[in-house]
Design a protein around this ligand. Sequence first.
Ligand code: GLN
Length: 486
Amino acid sequence: MDLNKLTALETFEGLRDKKFSSEEITKKYLEQIKSFDSKVGAFITLNETEALSQAKLVDAKIKHNESLSPLAGIPVAIKDLFCTKGIKSTGASKILENYVPPYDASVVKTIRESKGVIIGKTNLDEFAMGGSGENSGFFPTHNPWDISRVPGGSSSGSAAAVAADMCAYSLGTDTGGSIRQPASFCNATGLKPTYGRVSRYGVMAMTSSLDTIGPITKNVEDAAFILQQIAGRDEKDSTTPAEKVDDYLQEIKKDIKGLRIGLPKEYFIEGVDEEVRNIILSAAKKFEEMGAEVIDVSLPHTDLAVAAYYIICPSEVSSNMARYDGIRYGLSKRDSRELLDLYLDTKTSGFGAEVKRRIMIGTYALSSGYYDAYYKKAMQVRTLVKQDFDKTFEDIDVILTPVSPTPAWKLGENTNNPLKDYLADIFTIPASLAGICGLSLPAGFAGGLPVGIQLLGKRFDEKTILRAGYQYQQVTSWHNKKPDIK
Ligand code: GLN
C-alpha cells in the first residue's frame, strides 16, 4: 500500500484501526517531497522536525487508546499565507522572507490542537495575487502533470502538493479562484466555501471583502471531511456567522435524484477550449444519468465580473499592503536616510511586480475624482452579479460550469501580458463577487492535461455542491488519476 496515496479520511481510518502509524505516513510524505519537490517547487518551508515529533506523539496516544480528533496524525500542507507560530510564514514575498509569526491563524490553531501534522508551508503567487504560481517572490511552482506548465494559482503549491501526493490534504485561499483553478489544473479537488464559512483570522489579507479559506484534497469526500473540521464561528473573525455547520459527511451520501442543475450559457462562450467545453457537457450528461435535471440558465452580468474584480481587488490590496512598511515586521531598509526613504526602499525591494501593479491601480481607482468612475461602478456591478445568482438559485440547486477556459498553460507564456492571466479568471470570479460557494473537481483530460468542472451553490449550502460532487465521483474515476512526474 502506498501510504502517501491515501486520502485524509482513509488515513484517519487506518490510524484509528492501527493499520499504520502517523510516523510511517509522515516519513512517506517527507520522502515523496524529497524525491520530487526539486522539480515541482511546491514547498517554501519544510517542517520536518515538528512534523515527526507531532506524529510520534499521536502514535503514543493511539497506542494508549486515547481519544483523538479526526485530524490527528494526518499530514497537511499549508499555504504560506497562513500564520504559523514558530514557522516562517512569508506570503511568498521577499518583504516577509524571514518572518516568523508569534501566533497561529485560527485554522492552524484548530489543526494544531487536533494534533494534525503540519508537514510544510506551500508556495503561492505573492500574497495570493495571481493565477499561475509564477508570481511567487522566490521560485515558481511547476505542474506535476507537465513540469513545463503552470500549476495554476494562487494556491499553486497547495494544489501541486496534493496532486503529487506530498501531503494528505492542503489548505489554500480563494479570493477570485485561487483554490478552484489550481485544483482544476492539477487534477485535485478544491473547495471555496461561502464567504465567512471559515475563519480568516491570522491569514494575510489580500482582498478582505472576498478572501476565503478552504481545503484542496484528493477527493470530494475529503473536502467534506476537512470543511467539517475547520468551518464555523470564530470570535476573532467578525465575518463568520453562527450559521450551523452541516454534517457534510452524512449529507453527501444522499442521492441526487431530482437535483436541479443549471448550465449558464454565458460560460460557454468563444475562447473556451473545445475539449474543455466537451468535458463540461459530458459531465452534465453524467449528472442526468444519475437522475439530476439539467436546465439551461442565464447569468447575464458574467462578462462584467472580471473588470469589476480587477478594480475591487487592487483597491483593497492598496490598503492591505500598507502594513508592510518596514517598521513593524518583515524586511526593513533601516539604512535609508529619511522615514519616507525607508518606506520607499522597503517596498521597492520587498514587493514583486504584480503586487506593485495592483497597489498602483488600486490607489488610482480610489483617488478623489476617480472613485465614482471606477470603485463605485465596480461595486454596483458586483451587486448585479450577485443578483444574477440569487435569481437563478430561486429554482436551481447547483450551477455547473468550467473552472477555466483552458487547461494549464506553459510557464512564461503570459509573463509579459498580465491581462491574459486576468481574463483566465472569468469563470471563477463571479462566484467570488457573489460570496457563494464553489467546488472544483476532476472531470477529464485535454491533451494530457487535467480539466475540472465547477459546481456553484447557494450561500452556506456547501452540503449540496459536495453531495453532487461526491455522487459524481462515485461513478467516475478522474480524481484517481495520478501524474507521473518527470
Ligand atoms: N487570479 C486571481 C487574482 O490574481 C485570483 C487570486 C486569488 O483568488 N487569490 O487575483
